[in-house]
Design a binder for this molecule. Sequence first.
Ligand SMILES: Nc1nc2c(c(=O)[nH]1)N[C@H]1C(S)=C(S)[C@@H](COP(=O)(O)OP(=O)(O)OC[C@H]3O[C@@H](n4cnc5c(N)ncnc54)[C@H](O)[C@@H]3O)O[C@H]1N2
Ligand code: MOO
Length: 662
Amino acid sequence: MKVAPSQPTLLDEVRAAARQEQFLEVISAESARQRLAAHIDTTPMSAERVALASTLGRVLAVDILATVDAPPFDRSGVDGFAIRAADSLGASDQKPVRLKLNNEVLRCGVAPREDVAPGTATAIATGGVVPRGADAVVMIEWTELIESDDLAIDLSRAVNPGQFISYAGSDIARGETALRKGAKIGSRELGILAASGTAVVDVVRRPRVAVLSTGDELVAPGAPLRQGAVYDSNGAIVAAAVSEAGGDPQAFGIVGDDENALRDVLTTALSTCDMVVLSGGTSKGAGDLSYRVASTLGQPGVIVHGVALKPGKPLCIAVVDKKPLIILPGFPTSAIFTFHTFVAPIIRARAGLPPETAREVEATIPVRIASEMGREEFVMVALTEGESGLTAFPSNKGSGSVTTFSQSDGFLTIDALSTSLDAGARARVRLIDPDVRVPDLVIAGSHCVALDVLISALSQQGIVARSMAVGSQGGVTAARRGECDLAPIHLIDPQSGIYNQHLVTPGFTLVPGWRRMQGVVFRKDDPRFAGLSASEAVAAALADSSSVMVNRNAGAGTRILIDQALNGARPRGYGNQPKSHNAVAAAVAQRRADWGVAIEPVAQLYDLGFAPLAPEHYDFLLLDARRDRFAVRAFLKALRDPDVIAGIRARGMQVANDPVVG
Ligand SMILES: Nc1nc2c(c(=O)[nH]1)N[C@H]1C(S)=C(S)[C@@H](COP(=O)(O)OP(=O)(O)OC[C@H]3O[C@@H](n4cnc5c(N)ncnc54)[C@H](O)[C@@H]3O)O[C@H]1N2
Ligand code: MOO
């Protein structure tokens, strides 16, 4: 008889959900690498034979010896006549030499029949086979055709032997090593292989790498996102990174938090692939699911669980019969970082590629960066170039961020024993892409959707602008330190009620941007607020003890507005202080709050009701010293461009001369 499993109690669930640190032991990244290397094979995979056209990006498994010469024969480099150089001796415009033409024309692909005897010449095309007897070719421009009974030419230049002849094997000689084992085949290498007559090539088999993501909350891109769910981004980024490292990714999709299902998938993955990479559930107290399953699949099992790295601490490495099974942390930045640190080097080695060459630059750190003691910390940074060299702005949005990696140029390292890196310190930045292009224009301050219209307009002119969302106050600081060209800000002077003017100091100009209408946001179907003005809506909220607000962070212009409207009141939810208009709108739309203050375009994006309060001025603080830079000039010009203005309006902003409500 089957016994029905008993339902877990709330206490069971809380116990399971509570994360408990269950790491084997937290070891250094270097020790983790050494342990892994001791258990697996890091030599290149065996060879496989592939048709030439399919070899792009592959790695040669053998040296390629040329089996034919290139060119395969002595070849003419010009259209003209094959001659004996000795016959041209003394030829000039005044005293041309007459040569009788032989009875053939050597177009490309035609095998010569006649010798070039002294005093004769044979017509030859570029690429034609130089005939027996000839030792030079003269250009047609140096000759004149003499059309008598016997065809002849008058040659007006003397040439040396070898003139315009490419000798057989001068490009590739038969027997020579045309390409070496380990070479990555690009278009140029493909050309060499084709020229040496190679139709099939022995290349290193790409290691098959199973990629899967774990978590009940994951949804494949394209499917609707239910409440509490997130899209599986690790699956896509890890699979692509496997390809970039020379591997052959095998997508195993998403597996829920189900031990049996995960064991089945991992067993299949291990039997069909050379390596398995999954993400998520490494530090889950809810049972340490992936870790526990990984330790039951074979020998030696889990060899590393926990590394003294940030991001990346929960990394788990198992080995089953020499095949690595790597569990990356679920957080996207942690996942991709640990992938590049631990997994990519193995894939490259097995794919026959050399270790990646690291490029580093030195840069100044503009702000103090705090670091956790005991973990070697990698800080993602975006580079900008100023008067005093490169500056590296921390671009970290936390390990949970998906965008951090793509919006960064590189990373710097803070060693495990340091607790911070001070503002003004110099640091070595390891570049993610060695061909990184430092932006032409640096914008640091508050971000706005309409700013993208300007950045796109510049990008169409080939100007790379980088906008760093450091908040209005962060923008003012960056501008004063000369770390950006422009700082978009919207800060109200509480005394005068005027926006931004109070921040203009000598050496700076305020460039007018646009206005964003701020107002009270609420769900459209909420009868408590529908149809009310902003002040009526705030009064209604204060009068209703069941309503919950969502506030804004101290220092935000919107917060000043909220505090003015509340006039000292502290309604429920006042302590919830997210940092963006979007977070306020999401809280209201998802019913975690009933009202808050946000800008109108954002209210529209979340389909919320909106009662206008006051326009917020979004202007640009410009460093006068940078005004004449071409990118700054292009920015100022774009700001006046009618198409750009139309685009800014289309994003719900009001530009100068627009009627302003409220
Ligand atoms: N009390 C503690 N909490 C946490 C600790 C800790 O030591 N004590 N470690 C933190 C660190 S550090 C990291 S990193 C994360 C790692 O957590 P897991 O590896 O167990 O990953 P999950 O819990 O499954 O997911 C974390 C996070 O990432 C999202 N996720 C997961 N998979 C994907 C995917 N394929 N695509 C996109 N996003 C994904 C998931 O929804 C969660 O939001 O734990 C900290 N907590
Ligand atoms: O290691 Mo976690 O990866 O710090 O975010």
